[in-house]
Each structure stands twice: as structure tokens, then as C-alpha cells.
Design a protein around this ligand. Structure first.
Ligand code: AMP
Ligand code: MG
Length: 499
């Protein structure tokens, strides 16, 4: 048996800034043990970010620690309280019903909070079991790391630990724990909690904590709290632009799932756009279609207004709170989205009519429904000036995604006319487009294959997907099958809030 790496297991490495807030913000409690936990997957990259000693990764202590069975010295586990709006309706108190913050860890790369998701009940579980199942844990783990690979702000995932303990969902499944890692897990709903209870002192403590820990520059502003809201609005705007440009749908954009740091947070019934449909609902439980692809930017703004309401007692004037959102959110979203779309389309510089051309592109996608990811990836390799005699052949990778080839040809002619307005050496443009248009995304069917095998205790597919999705812009011919459209068996796959 490997000797435990001394500096992590014997020395306090934690720096628990959130736990330094008063007791009202959380409940201190230990995770609930899981019998005979085993490692399902580890993200080496996150282990590197945390500077975990290599010997720990393969050691028997690892699943003990990241199931919550064994606490690291200095860890001060807690479940945080928050409230929120769910599906547009005030839901009152929620909180970490199945998350235990183990503590914060500071190293040369920054400050990282480490949280177990699925380690048992807390005072905020509201009658639920505090557990997470293997299926949803694999989805969260892979998607966190896929988003990071795509360059999109997100919480990270260190590992999945599984156990045989049965967990009842639509059917009996088994328990798993995902270890999430992020600078912080404070949510819009963390602020709504204190505002709704008319507790200005706690509201201020929380805002001061966020500013001092994460956004010290806000202190320099005449109104630091308005500046914090502006910062959140900007980051949320940029995050929405990333989601829309890559075709990511969160599925449950409730205010309790919105990160104050502008990170993608709480992966549940998410999805990536395949055959394009702006009205796509990725969450089977979202009957009204509140969280469709096309609604996401609007919903994020609605959520920011709820945060503005919550921060109002600190900001002072309603007009100033509203302005913090209005002046920063839209501009950040549009600016970033324009930049990302220009990169996706291979436009070297912006022109006044680009918004119209981007609109025309989405119109084409909506009408003809090619696979969103394949469309932009195939486009990346097309020549700007094809041989007139040979155009159909040169354009085949894109044309083949369309039943109506002439619609594709008409759009391509406009694309080429637009490219000609800002010429760019072909090789450079293609390289830039390939770096902006991923080949690999976490398609539901890919996750499903990995989940089915993992249920049979074969975790190799989770590891392969992780390896592939970490470099989504690279060609990786050995993973070509992962770039494919969903096979027939996957057409009926549905994901719901059940996790
Ligand atoms: P979600 O929208 O899935 O992020 O979760 C909404 C709320 O329900 C949060 O407070 C979660 O902690 C809580 N929750 C979800 N699933 C469970 C569960 N299995 N056990 C306890 N709490 C849960
Ligand atoms: Mg949540």
C-alpha cells in the first residue's frame, strides 16, 4: 500500500474564508459516510490545479477523502444557505441540500473551494435524500471539464467517487459524489436570501465578503455594491455569449443556479445543440419552455434584475441598481457574442452589417436544422474562393449537412462575399476558425454510452471522453466517432431534473 503523502493528509492546507462568515450563513456538518467508495474518474488537470500530490491520486485514501468518509486536517465542512427564484417563481429558502463545502485551499494558482456534491443530507435537503446518482454525476463531471476545455467560465470537477448504496429516482440507481472546485460557490440566491428576510447586516457581510475575496477592485468605486452588480452583469453577459456561441443550454437557469462569479454552475439537465432549433428545450421537466436556447440571454437578464432587487438596500437608489444591469449586461453580451460569432464565421474584422449576416446565418440554421457544431466545423475548412468547376466538391462537407443544398449554396455565396470584404490569408483564417469551432462537444448520446458502461463498472469510456473533451478544438482522429450525429437509438433520450 502506498504511504499517504504526508503534506496533504497531515498538515492543514485549508484556508476557509467562507467559513469565517458568521454561523447564519451555513450549517457546519460532516459529510455522511458511503460504504466502500471507489474512484470512477479523476481529472488530472484539476488535480494539478489543486497541486494534489501524484501519490494521493492512486492511493486508497483518495476515494475515502472524496466520498467524505475521511476529512483532511483543517477542513471545516459546511452546507451554505441560499434562496432563489425557480422557474420564475419565488421559492423561498433552498440551500446546499446535497453539497458540503470542505473548505478553501490557497496555492500559487489561486484560491479554490472544494465541495462534495451528493455526500448526504443537510438541513437544506427539504425532504430529499442528499445524494446524487452515478448518471448525473458523470454528466456534471464531464460537462464541467468539457466547458473548461472549450474556454468557457465554469466550476471544475476533480473526480467522481461511486458506491453501491442504492438511491431511489425514477428507478433504483447507485450513489456517487462529484468533487467540485471553484474560486467560490456564492449564488445570486445567496443574496436574495438575506434581502427576502430583511436582514441588511447579513446582506452587507456577504457582499463585503464577495468584494474583498474576489473583486477587491470594486472597493475603489464610489458605490462598491453597484460596482459589484455591474461586474456580475458584465460577466454574466459574457457567459451567455459563450453559451449561445457554443450551443450550450443550461436547462435550469434558476437564480439559485447563477454564480456571482459568472461561472457555469450546477449541471443538471443541460444539453448541447445538435440539429439546430432555437426553441429547443433541453430539460424534460421545463414544460413551459422557460429555459429554451433562445431565451437564455433574456432569462439571465431577468435573474440579474432579481439580484439587483436583492442588492438594492446596499446600493441605495433603484435607478442605480437598474442602471448597473442595463448599462453592462446587454453591452457585454452583445460585444462578446459578436466577437465569438465573427471568429466562428472567419471574419477577420467587424463590419457594420455583420449583425444582419449573423441573423441570416441563424435563420438558415433554424430553417434547415443542420447539426450546429458540425456546421461551423465543416465551414472552417471550406475555401474562400473555390475553383468554379469544383465548388460542389469543395463545399461538400457543409452541403452534405443540408437536405436543401441550394439553400446552403445561397448562404455560402453571401458568406464568401462577406469574407472578401475583410481578406485573410486562407491558412490563417482556417486555423483561426478551427480554434473557434469545436469538433467535440458533450453530446447526450456520448454521455449516455459512458453512463451505461459505468453502470456495469467499466469506467474507461468516462476517461476517454474526458481526454477527448479536454481538447475539443483539436482534430484527434482517434476520437472521430465522438464527433458524429446521435445514432438512431439516441433519438428518444430525455434528460430531466432528476439527478
Ligand atoms: P437544483 O435546481 O437541482 O440545483 O436544486 C435545487 C435545490 O434542491 C437545491 O437547494 C439543491 O440542494 C436541492 N436538491 C436537489 N436534489 C437534492 C437531493 N437529492 N437531496 C437534497 N437536496 C437536493
Ligand atoms: Mg442548484
Amino acid at each position: 500500500m502506498n504511504a499517504p503523502p504526508p503534506h496533504l493528509l497531515d498538515t492543514p492546507v485549508f484556508d476557509n474564508s467562507f467559513a469565517a462568515l458568521p454561523d447564519a450563513f451555513y450549517t457546519r456538518l460532516a459529510p455522511h459516510p458511503l460504504r466502500a467508495p471507489y474512484v470512477v474518474a479523476i481529472s488530472d488537470e484539476v488535480a494539478g490545479v489543486l497541486e494534489l500530490p501524484a501519490a494521493l491520486l492512486g492511493s486508497p485514501e483518495f476515494p475515502e477523502i472524496f466520498s467524505g468518509n475521511r476529512l483532511l486536517p483543517g477542513s471545516d465542512p459546511l452546507a451554505a444557505v441560499y434562496s432563489g427564484h425557480q422557474f420564475g417563481v419565488w421559492a423561498g429558502q433552498l440551500g446546499d441540500g446535497r453539497a458540503h463545502l470542505l473548505g478553501g485551499l490557497r496555492n500559487a494558482q489561486g484560491h479554490w473551494e472544494i465541495q462534495l456534491k451528493g455526500a448526504g443530507r443537510t438541513p437544506y435537503s427539504r425532504g430529499a435524500d442528499g445524494r446524487a446518482v452515478l448518471r448525473s454525476s458523470i454528466r456534471e463531471f464531464l460537462c464541467s471539464e468539457a466547458m473548461a476545455g472549450l474556454g468557457i467560465p465554469t466550476t471544475r470537477a476533480l473526480c467522481i467517487v461511486g458506491a453501491e448504496q442504492p438511491v431511489r429516482r425514477e428507478e433504483i440507481e447507485t450513489a456517487a459524489v462529484v468533487t467540485r472546485v471553484a474560486p467560490g460557490f456564492v449564488r445570486f440566491g445567496s443574496f436574495e436570501h438575506w434581502a427576502s428576510r430583511n436582514r441588511p447586516a447579513e446582506l452587507k457581510l456577504l457582499a463585503d465578503y464577495v468584494i474583498d475575496t474576489f473583486r477587491p477592485a470594486c472597493r475603489q468605486a464610489p458605490n462598491p455594491y453597484a460596482e459589484l452588480l455591474s461586474d456580475v452583469a458584465r460577466r454574466t453577459g459574457e457567459l451567455m455569449a459563450h453559451w449561445m456561441a457554443v450551443g450550450f443550454m443550461h436547462g435550469v437557469m434558476n437564480t439559485d443556479n447563477m454564480s456571482i462569479l459568472g461561472l457555469t454552475l450546477d449541471y443538471g439537465p443541460f444539453g448541447f445543440m445538435e440539429a439546430f432549433d432555437a426553441g429547443h428545450i433541453c430539460n424534460h421537466s421545463d414544460d413551459q419552455g422557460r429555459y429554451t436556447y433562445r431565451n437564455q440571454p433574456h432569462i439571465a437578464q431577468w435573474n440579474l434584475y432579481r439580484l439587483a432587487d436583492a442588492l438594492l438596500p446596499l446600493i441605495g437608489r433603484p435607478s442605480e441598481a437598474q442602471a448597473a444591469v442595463d448599462e453592462h449586461y446587454g453591452a457585454a453580451f452583445e460585444g462578446k457574442f459578436e466577437q465569438l460569432m465573427r471568429a466562428k464565421l472567419g471574419l477577420r474584422a467587424g463590419l457594420a452589417d455583420d449583425e444582419a449576416f449573423v441573423g441570416e446565418t441563424f435563420g438558415l440554421l433554424q430553417q434547415h436544422r443542420p447539426d450546429f457544431t458540425q456546421f461551423f466545423r465543416a465551414l472552417s475548412t471550406l475555401p474562400a474562393e473555390p475553383d468554379p468547376g469544383n465548388a460542389a466538391l469543395a463545399d461538400a462537407p457543409l452541403r452534405d449537412l443540408f437536405v436543401d443544398r441550394s439553400a446552403c449554396d445561397a448562404w455560402l455565396a453571401n458568406w464568401r462575399a462577406r469574407l472578401a470584404q475583410t481578406p485573410w490569408p486562407e491558412a490563417e483564417r482556417q486555423a483561426a476558425m478551427l480554434a473557434a469551432n469545436p469538433r467535440y462537444i458533450l453530446r447526450n448520446w456520448l454521455a449516455e454510452v459512458a453512463i451505461r458502461q459505468a453502470k456495469e463498472h467499466d469506467f474507461s469510456e468516462v476517461q476517454r471522453l474526458l481526454t477527448c473533451l479536454r481538447r475539443p478544438y483539436d482534430e484527434q482522429p482517434e476520437y472521430a466517432a465522438y464527433a458524429a450525429l446521435p445514432p438512431d437509438w439516441a433519438n428518444g433520450l430525455a434528460v430531466s431534473c432528476s439527478s
